[in-house]
Structures are given as C-alpha cells and as structure tokens.
Design a binder for this molecule. Sequence first.
Ligand SMILES: Cc1ncc(COP(=O)(O)O)c(C=O)c1O
Length: 382
Amino acid sequence: MKLFDVYGKLNLCPVKGKGAYIWDDQDQKYLDLYSGHGVVSIGHAHPTYVQAIQAQVAQIGFYSNAIQNPLQQQAADLLEDVSGVSGYELFFTNSGAESNENALKIASFVTGRNKVLAFKNGFHGRTSAAVAITDNKKIQAPINLGLEVALETIGDTEAVAMRLRSSEYAAVVIEGIQGIGGAQTISNEYLQFLQQICQETGTLLVLDEVQSGFGRSGKFFAYQHADIAPDIVTMAKGMGNGFPVGGILVHERHKAWKGMLGSTFGGNHLACAAVIAVLTVLKSEQLVNNAQEVGNWLQASLTQLPELKKVTGKGLLLGLYLTENSAQLRNELLHQHQIITGSATDPTCMRILPPLNITKQDLIPFVATLKTTLNHEKVHIR
Ligand SMILES: Cc1ncc(COP(=O)(O)O)c(C=O)c1O
C-alpha cells in the first residue's frame, strides 16, 4: 500500500536521539534546531521521560474518560505549579488543532455567538474550525468555509474594536507568538488591548500557545510576557515531548457541563505520564529559564550577523530573515553541516526552535557555521 503523499520531506531518516541531537540511519549525528515542528521540549530520549513512559505502559497505558484517572489531576496540579497560572481548569485533547477546535466550541457555547476574529499570517491547525481561522486559503477545503471568520492585521485596533462592538463575535484567537508565520512577536500593548476589548464586548480571548507555550518563549506561556489572563489557552506540541497530547486551559468563570466536550484518547494514562514527565523536567532543570537565557544569547549573537536582515521571536522560537529564499541555506546546513532548521510561510525566514535544554556550547558551532556559510553564499542585506 502506498502512503497518501501529502508531505514534502527532508532527505533524512533519524533513528536515535539524545538531548538536542539526533542520529540518522547511517549513524550520522545532527544538531536539532527544529525539534520536529517545536515538539521536543525536554530533549530527545530524556531519561526521566523514557522511564516514566516505560513504567506507565507496563502498568496501564490506556483507558478512556469513562473511569477515574488520578494522573489527570496530578498533571493539572503540576501544570498550575510549573506555569504559575492559576484560576483555570484543564481539558485534555490530542493535538493543537483539536485544542483550538474545542476552544472555539466553548467560546460559542458561552456567548451563543458564531463569528470568530483571527489574524493575518496566523496558523491554528487543519481541522474544520481551526483551518477556517488560519490565514492560508490553499489548505481550506470548501467544507471549511462555513464558519464566519474575519482576519484582521495584528496591531490594528480600530477594525478589531469595530467588529467586536457588533457583539457578534464569540472569540478572538491569536498566537502567543506567530510560529509558522515566522516567529513574529505580538506587542504586550496589543495583547492588553485585545483583553480589554474582549472584556468590554463579552468576547472570549483565546491564546493559541500550541507552538509558543510550554516554556519556548522564555516564559511558560508567551502571553505571560504581557501579563494578561486570557479566557482560554490552547496547548499541544511541547506538552508531551512527542507523545501526542494537547489541552486547553479554561478560565474558571466559564463553567463546564457534562457532555460539553469529549475525546476518547484525551488525557489517557500514557499521555498523562508524558505530560507529568515533561513538567517535572521543565521544573527540575529550569528549562523555561534556560530558554530565556540561551534564547537571549542566541538572538543577540545572530543580530550581530550583518548578513541577516532581521532576527525575530523570543526565547527559543526565533526567525532568521535572509535577503533571499532560505531553502538553499537550510539545505546546506543540513547536508554539509548536519544542522536541522525550520522554514516558515515567508520563504526568506529560517525558523529556529531547538529542544529547551539546548546549551550555548551546542549553539556556538551553529552561529560560527552560519556566519561562514552566509559569507560564502554572499547573502547580503537588501
Ligand atoms: C500555533 C499553532 N496552532 C495550532 C497548530 C496545530 O497543531 P497540530 O498540528 O498539533 O494540530 C500548530 C501547528 O503547527 C501551531 O503552530
């Protein structure tokens, strides 16, 4: 049977990982500055994680939400402790898109409204409501076009206020940092404005922290840089370090009722074991701080490279903008220097999102290689 061929793939077949490195099927070692779309948060094959998954699967790997599963509460308590976020309740999902799907559903249940305001250059997933609020027509099928969505420009206050004052919008959805959109940060002032206008108009503010959450930005959630308290926060990626698990935090002022949401796999025993292991390691190894410190250092080092047009992002979610398409450089870094990097919607952007336990020592060779490669390629400032 052939595979349904939807993915453009790198010519790379990893078989082993450790920390910020992976090895391919020829035993060639690579520095992983991509973490498989920003998923591997505590590093490949972390011993605490490996042990937790092994022990859990040997006990009980799965049962559905029809039973008592104390691991869910353990994960929720640890999440509150490590994130420093209180006053929220946790619902488990299995992916980022599913988290956003459920966030929109809650917003619509709570407000009784059916329109959504999202932003240009945003990405929220590929399921029906999530893709409908994503700024990419190419991945929207006709069946996804039923939801009434307005896409506004980040930074615009007037158009957003005008729309929300119609009292027709259930939710405003925004990424903590636009990830696939090229590591684009949102100003604190703009997030504070959104919180204010949402409160004023009875609209729910949904922060999509699927990529920017779980420590990547140097705070547990990127929105915490702006000191706001969204109605709903959506998570996935770094939450399970590769185990497919997601979740939403719902502010306690929005009440659950039996049957409101549901999932067969959500919050199963193995998923909880993965989340607990991730949170335990984030806490014990202070990886959120590490993301901030190493990220700041990396951003400062890269900003000094005159060959780069600009460096965007926060913590360990950075966008390096070249004066031309980044594909050739990324290819050269991969095949000649064994460094894996990410792309973004903007073809001139190279996205850097390594495991959060990466060190300066791991990154010094990358900065040096980038410098010589850029010089060699004569990719100059526009
Ligand atoms: C900000 C954001 N939201 C949602 C998603 C969708 O997540 P998933 O692929 O787990 O459905 C992604 C995936 O890249 C993302 O970056």
